[in-house]
Design a protein around this ligand. Structure first.
Ligand code: ADP
Ligand code: MG
Length: 253
């Protein structure tokens, strides 16, 4: 069953055609890794899926909800607020720069949306947050502020905040790119665990070894197009397209 379906997605910023007819699907429980050079449109795809950017044409379907529909005059328009809201609840995002609320504690960062978006009661929130703090090994940091955390801890809070809302699909945009090298491993390990638990994820990363280990499928993008798509074995170990080969060369010693 497809949780995510991206159909003929096009997106420009002014004259810059950033996504040129991108189509792919993600099945329930699958980890999709998107690779590609800087500026190829990887973040824009994730931002479109999360409705943080408006799309120009095509469609994005999350858990059977369509972002774009035909209105009664046969014109393609954004779906109604209710559907878009459901789509927003079904998609979570983990950002490269963590995007934590600096004036909230770890616990508050994780619980705010549970209270104000999902309208959970106090008991439910307490249970969910405690479970997730334990899972992310953040118990001791529950009452700390982001400025008191290491980069790895901050990103684990970012992931915890996303998981708390239990989205159908989790998008991660270079989740380890702003970390010091010695902190990358702890975050990758958390993500690996999520992959083993069969969370549905779309991960943009430059960690090729990690990608090879966690990806059920890999997409290689360049210039706003999918150049190559397949299993990690196909795309990373045995790339067919010259652009993919060239890109991967610098990661293989
Ligand atoms: P990647 O994540 O693969 O590095 P991005 O999706 O961030 O690529 O960007 C793709 C292209 O879109 C780049 O040329 C970038 O400058 C442009 N771009 C991204 N976001 C915006 C924006 N908000 N306004 C204008 N141009 C943007
Ligand atoms: Mg990016």
């Amino acid at each position: 069953m497809n949780i995510v379906e991206v159909k003929n997605l096009k997106k420009s910023f002014g004259k810059n055609n950033v996504l040129k007819d991108v189509s792919f699907t993600v099945k329930k429980g699958e980890t999709l890794v998107i690779l590609g050079p800087s500026g190829s449109g990887k973040s824009t795809i994730l931002r479109c899926i999360n409705n943080l950017e408006k799309i120009d044409s095509g469609n994005i379907i999350i858990n059977n909800n369509e972002m774009i529909k035909e209105n009664k005059n046969g014109k393609l328009v954004y779906n109604n607020k209710k559907v878009l809201n459901n789509m927003n609840l079904d998609t979570g995002m983990v950002f490269q720069e963590f995007n934590l609320f600096p004036h909230f504690t770890v616990k508050e960062n994780i619980s705010k949306a549970l209270k104000y978006v999902l309208k959970k009661n106090k008991n439910e929130i307490e249970n969910i947050v405690n479970d997730i703090l334990k899972k992310m090994d953040l118990n001791e940091k529950a009452n700390s502020y982001p400025c008191e955390l290491s980069g790895g801890q901050k990103q684990r809070v970012g992931i915890a905040r996303c998981l708390a809302l239990n989205p159908k699909v989790i998008c991660m945009d270079e989740p380890t790119s702003s970390l010091d090298p010695e902190l990358v491993g702890e975050v990758l390990n958390v993500i690996k665990k999520l992959a083993e638990e069969k969370k549905t994820m779309i991960i943009v990363t430059h960690e090729i070894k990690f990608a090879r280990e966690v990806a059920d499928r890999v997409i290689f993008m360049a210039d706003g197009k999918i150049i190559e798509e397949g299993t990690a074995l196909e795309v990373i170990q045995n790339p067919k397209q010259p652009r993919t080969k060239q890109f991967l060369k610098r990661y293989i010693n």
